[in-house]
Design a protein around this ligand. Structure first.
Ligand code: FAD
Length: 265
């Protein structure tokens, strides 16, 4: 690890100002990804701007049509929020499936979305629910936010402040975890809105993405049976020491049907 300055920001404005400074400053949330990356010298920032002391980035606010979750809200806080669980069970299901208790107590929603790991859970839920990512500068629809493996629409100087999740009629998240890391080998979020169904998959391909033919089938009939016979091509799946492309393609179908079952309760 190389030397860097450490700055504990007191407000979003303060953090943004530091982020715009010269050098290569980086934001620090729970450090669950960033600190190992620093140790391996994958990142060599000039300064770390710690978001942990910024009250306005924390917590859950539930409205009639949407839930707002602050960027530094931890996975444990999301999964432990009873009102949020009643309103959007899929979000709680994703949060409680992440890693282990240590990771859930430190890792944050904003850090997970900004990192956009191809096997992370929150990107699938954010995309599946059609969330809006709110930054210090603008609002970004989830459909525009996830650009590819570890790549997002965030620009330099921009930090995620909160995420707006519209309340679905119903939604579920099912994941087949890697037994060692708990990251998703395949995770699928399905959601039903008045405007139609949304289906997003993580873990299986190079980045989180939607499954349009699954959505069309669920628009006809929101039931696991509607997805029978639908498949994804193994050609678009990851193939590595953890699972073959064919196995992941199979898992996507199984997880999608399971997520619908969960959504139906
Ligand atoms: C052992 C282990 C197991 C895990 N298992 C899972 C799993 O099963 N599923 C899963 O989804 N994830 C898993 N994770 C990841 C974890 O959930 C964290 O959410 C993720 O690592 C991000 O960590 P963090 O929130 O602490 O952010 P940091 O590590 O602090 O930051 C990550 C990146 O996001 C940037 N960043 C942080 N906050 C913001 C913000 N508000 N705005 C803009 N940029 C920001 C940072 O600059 C950095 O580049 C695991 C991690 C570990 C270590």
């Amino acid at each position: 690890m190389r030397e860097f300055d450490y700055y504990r920001a007191g407000s979003v404005r303060d953090a943004a100002k530091k982020l715009a400074a010269a050098g290569n400053p980086m934001l620090l949330a729970g450090g669950m990804t960033l600190l190992p990356a620093l140790k391996m010298r994958l990142n060599e920032p000039s300064a770390l701007i710690d978001l942990a002391g910024i009250d306005e980035l924390k917590g859950v606010r539930l409205g009639r049509k949407a839930a707002r979750v602050g960027a530094t809200t931890t996975h444990a806080e999301v999964s432990g929020n009873v009102e949020l669980r009643a309103a959007i069970p899929a979000l709680s299901q994703a949060a409680e499936s992440i890693g282990d208790p240590q990771v859930r107590n430190r890792g944050t929603l904003g850090g997970s979305l900004a990192n956009n790991d191809p096997a992370a859970d929150y990107p699938a839920v954010a995309l599946g629910l059609g969330a809006t990512v709110i930054t210090n500068k603008r609002k970004i629809a989830a459909d525009e936010f996830f650009k590819g493996m570890f790549e997002t629409a965030l620009r330099s100087g921009e930090l995620v402040t909160e995420v707006l999740f519209p309340l679905p009629q119903r939604a579920g998240y099912a994941k087949f975890p890697n037994p060692a890391t708990r990251y998703a080998l395949a995770g699928v979020c399905v959601a039903q809105f008045k405007s139609g169904a949304r289906v997003a998959v993580t873990g299986a391909g190079t980045s989180v993405h939607r499954l349009k033919d699954f959505e069309e089938a669920l628009n006809e009939d929101f039931s696991p049976g509607a997805l029978e016979g639908l498949s994804v091509s193994a050609a678009s799946m990851n193939d590595d020491m953890h699972a073959s492309a064919e196995y992941r393609a199979h898992l996507v179908g199984v997880m999608a049907r399971r997520a619908v079952r969960m959504a139906l309760g």
